[in-house]
Design a protein around this ligand. Structure first.
Ligand SMILES: C[S@@+](CC[C@H](N)C(=O)[O-])C[C@H]1O[C@@H](n2cnc3c(N)ncnc32)[C@H](O)[C@@H]1O
Length: 274
């Protein structure tokens, strides 16, 4: 009984958040969103979602704290190094033939994936020839992303990832260590635009050569996943590359008609011409 009431409260709350703020979490996978909302509630002064609802709908700051709790922001430099190796070896040769490359990286979290791509493209001779739009629903992580500061304790792991991804320099060339912090070189940021974008309600980005959306749709139900795939499709130019997370894939039918598998194990697809 208690569980049922909580489900109703969550459903009403998500409806309200959508109506008031335009943030749509109604199509997020239920178990994951419930777990995260409950964690937020336990840390809040409220006992139930009904009690919290009025404050959440009327006070933007309280809603922002919930938003920070809802999104899963785990990320790392050169996450899944073999994915980056495949991009280096199998996608970059195509990108090199374009005069300019436009990339949309959706769900960039604190920026590590965008900085990893920028390092890779610079090493592969594309410096100054690309623009990357790195977007996320959560403005707090976007601010962190723009700062480009990592924790020094992560550097060993990130260095291993970088090497396994086929990195051509020394990872330490890309940051300066200061006490507990590793500050990424500002130069890496000059071709990246960090901006808010909500995959559940916002429009596509035009004329992209590459779209990356990794480890974001795993939290979505099918209708929202399908909305994302339509957005990516209308953003991509023919011949453009779509990169998903290793636990995600294109539906077979869509894939056969509109995309070819460039590197199936690494979830890299290429949009067909015509
Ligand atoms: C687990 S992180 C993935 C980060 C990075 N792509 C990676 O693979 O390391 C998921 C990100 O998706 C973002 N996100 C969740 N829902 C979103 C939405 N509706 N629109 C845009 N970004 C969203 C979260 O804020 C979070 O930063």
């Amino acid at each position: 009984m208690v569980d049922d009431v909580t489900s109703v409260e969550i459903r009403l709350l998500l409806e309200g958040l959508h109506d008031v703020y335009g943030y749509d979490f109604r199509d997020y996978a239920e178990s994951s969103i419930r777990r995260r909302l409950t964690h937020w509630l336990n840390e809040s002064p409220f006992d139930t979602f009904s009690q919290a609802q009025s404050g959440l709908l009327r006070e933007r700051a309280l809603f922002e704290s919930l938003l920070r709790g809802i999104t899963v922001n785990v990320t790392e430099m050169f996450r899944d190094p073999l994915f980056f190796k495949a991009v280096r070896e199998q996608v970059v040769p195509f990108l090199r033939t374009y005069p300019f490359v436009k990339i949309w990286l959706a769900g960039c979290s604190t920026g590590e994936e965008a900085y990893s791509m920028a390092i890779l493209l610079n090493e592969e001779g594309l410096a100054g020839r690309f623009r990357m739009y790195a977007t996320d629903i959560n403005e707090t992580v976007l601010q962190q992303a723009a700062e480009g500061v990592l924790s020094i304790s992560e550097m060993q792991r990130f260095t291993r990832n970088y090497q396994a991804s086929g990195g051509k320099a020394s990872f330490s060339d890309y940051y300066t260590a200061r006490y507990e912090r590793a500050i990424l070189f500002g130069e890496l940021r000059k071709d990246i635009v960090f901006a808010p974008h909500n995959l559940a309600v916002d429009a596509e980005f035009g004329e992209m050569n590459m779209v990356l959306c990794r480890n974001v749709m795993i939290y979505f139900k099918t209708p929202l996943k399908e909305r994302c795939l339509r957005l990516f499709d209308s953003s991509l130019l023919p011949g453009g590359f779509l990169c998903l997370g290793l636990k995600e894939s294109l539906e077979r039918r869509v894939q056969g008609e509109r995309y070819e598998e460039l590197q199936p194990a690494m979830r890299i697809y290429r949009k067909r011409y015509g």
